[in-house]
Structures are given as C-alpha cells and as structure tokens.
Design a protein around this ligand. Structure first.
Ligand SMILES: Nc1ncnc2c1ncn2[C@@H]1O[C@H](COP(=O)(O)OP(=O)(O)OP(=O)(O)O)[C@@H](O)[C@H]1O
Length: 312
C-alpha cells in the first residue's frame, strides 16, 4: 500500500491553506482547510496518486451523482473543489461536526436517549434511501461514517453520511440493475457488516439497511452482543443466530418495532427496492409507544455539555 499523504498546518494546496488534521482513515487523511482571507472552513480529503485502490475516485463519483438530485442537501457534504498535485489527489467538501461514534462514546452507558436514537436512526435511513435513489450502495454503514453538523452553522440536528470509499454502483448506465457476482470479497466493518458480507455474497440495498439496523440497536442499547468477538466467521454465525432463536440477545432493551425489521428485509429479493416507508412508519410508532420526544438531541442539552467539559 502507498504511504499516507501527510500535510502540515499552514501548507498551501492550490487555493487552500491547511488549518489542522481532523483524522485519518485506512486510506487517507482529512484536514480542515480555508481559503486565504476567508473565515469559512472546509474539509479536504487526500489520497496518494499512486494509491492502488483509489477510493477518492468513488467518493468523487458519489458526490457528483448526488449533486443534482432533489434531496442532495439533506444528508451529504457538498463538493467545494477537487484537484491534483504532484503526488496526491484531493477533494474539498463541507466541514461537518462530531461523528456519531464520538458522540456515542460520550453518552452515558454509551447509548443515546430513546428519542435521539430513534430520530437520528430515521435520518440515517433517509441518507441510505437518498444514496440508493442515485443507484449507489454504501456498503460500510457504521457510526464512524455519520456525523452531525457544526454548532457554528446551527446544524446540530443535521446528519451527514460520510466516506464513500466502499460504495458500489448497483445500476448500470442504461438504468438496468447489475447482476450479482458469484462471489464478492468482504467489504466493510466486521461489527456492522450484513450477513451477506460474511458469506461473501453480493450486497444489495437491503444489506445497507441490515447494517443500519445493527447501528441503530447500538445507539439504543449501547452495545451489540458480538462486540467481544474478533473472528469475522464467529461474528457472522452470531448474527445468523440472532435472526433466529437468539433474537432476544440482540433486541433486548429495544422497542418491539425493531423486531419487525428483519422480516421486512428478508422478504425483499436481491433486486427489490427496500420498504423504507414501512421502516419509517415503525420508527414513528416506536417514538409514540415509548413516549419519547425527538428534541432536543442529547448533545444539545446542558447536561451533555457539562459532562463533556468534565471529561476534558
Ligand atoms: N467532511 C468532513 N468534515 C469533518 N470531518 C470529516 C469529514 N470527513 C471525514 N472527516 C473525519 O476525518 C476522519 C477520517 O475520515 P475517513 O473517512 O478518511 O476515515 P474513517 O472513516 O475514520 O476510517 P476508515 O477509512 O478506516 O473507515 C474521521 O474522523 C472523520 O470523522
């Protein structure tokens, strides 16, 4: 694998000045950048030009595909610039706030209140539906790939879907759905991967929703029962059992409506459009039956701010 590109604070890349590093993924780093004499910050993602995998190309493709859609503004960063220097490629996009993973780490018992869990679960599902609408699967749905907006922009109730490095087009140019390959290599993150991924089956839209369900269960109860398993095969077997006899192990502490989601996914075939509306309906129903309120979100409260300040 090629070396990660490292940029320094103050370094100039075309029109952009690096403020600081925000984080680093397996394939590249993300930096806060600004234009000279402008106050607004953006996020710049880099990748070495000789990177054999070339995840940024897919990120760019996805951002362009989303650009002209009706709902583009809802849950995605906007592309502000793209470019290439002597040894790396980069894209510049909306700067978002904390990832859901970081937020959950700060939450008491590592779980959100029922209202917040259900409400952001709904927004995360909307982002998946929007992505599917442009013919793309995410294939790495997890809390680290979602972030809220920035406080300065008054966007603490907005959810952004990030990181399209694992994405795949499931529709061909002529609009026909691509046929599944006989075998598809493991993609994504073991903890949240759908069962299809564990058995190296081609993923389809319902598999993004299966990962979403694991993520939402974790938002709600603070844990997933296979959290301590490291072997992907063991995790796969555990997930399989949870779809059957061991369902209580996974759904304990969740609203009863979550139990209805696997059957909805299972009755869908590979090429079928998932029943998003039915799932939104279940989430709304769960808000009612658990007597939850969606707002304020947990991170908008004084207790939250106090706890974060105490941790520092
Ligand atoms: N638009 C953005 N604004 C602010 N921070 C961002 C933005 N995009 C990504 N980040 C942050 O940059 C870091 C690296 O992101 P990246 O997507 O490269 O990798 P990752 O998802 O953390 O890891 P991996 O590639 O292993 O899945 C993460 O902490 C992420 O939250």
């Amino acid at each position: 694998m090629s070396e990660l590109v490292q940029l320094k604070s103050g370094q100039k890349i075309d029109d952009w000045i690096v403020v600081k590093k925000l984080g680093e993924g397996a394939f590249g780093a993300v930096y806060e950048v600004k234009k000279e004499k402008e106050a607004k910050s953006y996020a710049l993602k880099v990748e070495a030009k000789d990177d054999p995998i070339g995840m940024l190309k897919m990120e760019l493709y996805v951002m362009m595909a989303l650009k002209n859609t009706r709902k583009k503004a809802r849950h995605f960063c906007e592309l502000a610039d793209k470019g290439m220097t002597f040894n790396f490629r980069y894209i510049v996009m909306t700067l978002v706030g904390k990832s859901i993973q970081e937020l959950r780490a700060n939450a008491p018992m590592k779980k959100f209140s029922m209202g917040t869990a259900l409400s952001i679960g709904k927004l995360c599902l909307e982002s998946i539906e929007d992505l599917h609408d442009v013919g793309i699967l995410h294939r790495d749905i997890k809390p680290g790939n979602y972030a809220i907006g920035r406080k300065e922009q008054h966007e603490l109730r907005r959810i952004f879907m990030l990181d399209f490095g694992m994405a795949r087009k499931f529709v061909k140019k002529d609009g026909v759905l691509r046929n599944p390959r006989i075998k598809a290599g493991f993609r994504g993150t073991v903890k949240y991967a759908p069962l299809a991924c564990h058995v190296q089956r081609e993923q389809s839209r319902k598999d993004d929703i299966e990962s979403w369900l694991y993520m939402v269960i974790e938002f709600t109860v603070g844990t997933l029962p296979w959290r301590n398993l490291t072997d992907p095969n063991d995790v796969g077997l555990f997930k399989k059992d949870c779809k059957g006899d061991r369902y209580k192990c996974l759904f304990g502490g969740c609203p009863r409506q979550y139990l209805e989601i696997f059957p909805i996914l299972d009755r869908g075939k590979f090429f079928d459009t998932p029943e998003y509306e039915v799932i939104y309906g279940l989430l709304h129903d769960a808000i009612k039956t658990t007597h939850s309120t969606e707002y304020p979100y947990d991170w908008e409260t004084e207790e939250w701010e106090k706890r974060v300040a105490e941790k520092k």
